[in-house]
Design a protein around this ligand. Structure first.
Ligand code: F6R
Length: 260
């Protein structure tokens, strides 16, 4: 696991955008796994700029989002489909037929989830998966006690996640607590995983993810078992790590050929 400690989310998003750019330069038909929420917003902004200046080209890219609220349609402003359209897809040259999200309006959850898994496999699997981190260590919406080998399925949000996400809802009267999410096993099959976390609210989850024991109580801790994970954190999110100097030293001395 590579831990990159940055000054702020602007710097972190720049590094993340360059990792994506380098992935697309190597493989124009890359499959990207995407996240929503506050964390990747600046990354999407930076990628939009890079797309406008022809530094990155999304025309052959396929994307799969991590999760969606059950019961929200793609036109609902609180859905992740809407978020993706507004914050990213509408501003880049992506083929929208190749930008996949789970259907929050499905009447057959099991079928929808199995088909999503099938589509990911059919596209050759995810090359690069972007992740945010929940305060209790969730990735996607795999909440504590999720099976570490789980596949795409329905999950029930914890009260903590409901509380953390309530600020994002425009319609406070309808905040679903059932979601469809890629499983942890699904995420772990990605070739490269890029986890970002900013702010002190994420410090505990980060130390448990990076340095804690692997446990279903902190789903992100399973990333310790993956052979290519980049964790980008600001100083506040890194504050509880015991080896901050070591992580910084490793990154400063990273061979140039390993850099994006
Ligand atoms: C979103 C997702 C979640 C978020 C996490 C952090 O698609 O899968 O795991 O990444 O809840 O959310 P923010 O970035 O809003 O703090």
């Amino acid at each position: 696991m590579e831990v990159v400690i940055v000054q702020n989310s602007e710097q972190g998003s720049e590094i993340a955008a360059n990792i994506i750019k380098s992935q697309l330069t190597k493989k124009s038909r890359s499959v990207l796994g995407l996240a929503t929420g506050q964390t990747p917003l600046l990354l999407y902004k930076r990628l939009i700029e890079m797309n406008k200046s022809d530094e990155v080209n999304f025309s052959k890219v396929t994307t799969f989002n991590l999760d969606e609220y059950l019961g929200l349609s793609a036109s609902n402003e609180d859905s992740y489909a809407y978020y993706m359209r507004e914050n990213f897809f509408k501003s880049v040259n992506i083929d929208l037929d190749q930008a996949f999200l789970l259907d929050g309006m499905t009447t057959d959850v099991e079928r929808e989830c199995n088909e999503y898994e099938y589509k990911i496999k059919k596209c050759g699997g995810i090359d690069l998966q972007v992740l945010g981190l929940g305060r209790e260590g969730h990735i996607g919406f795999n909440e504590p006690t999720s099976s570490l080998t789980s596949r795409t399925r329905l999950k029930t949000l914890t009260p903590q996640t409901m509380e953390d996400n309530k600020i994002y809802f425009k319609d406070a009267t309808h905040r679903p607590f059932h979601v469809l999410t890629m499983g942890i096993g699904t995420i772990m099959e990605s070739q490269h995983i890029l986890l970002m976390a900013y702010g002190e609210a994420k410090a505990q989850a980060i130390v448990e993810t990076v340095e804690g024991p692997i446990t279903a109580m902190v789903p992100a801790s399973i990333l310790q078992m993956h052979n290519k994970v980049t964790v980008i954190v600001d100083e506040a999110a890194a504050a509880k790590l015991s080896k901050i100097d070591y992580y910084k030293w490793v990154y400063e001395n990273k061979p140039h050929w390993q850099r994006p």
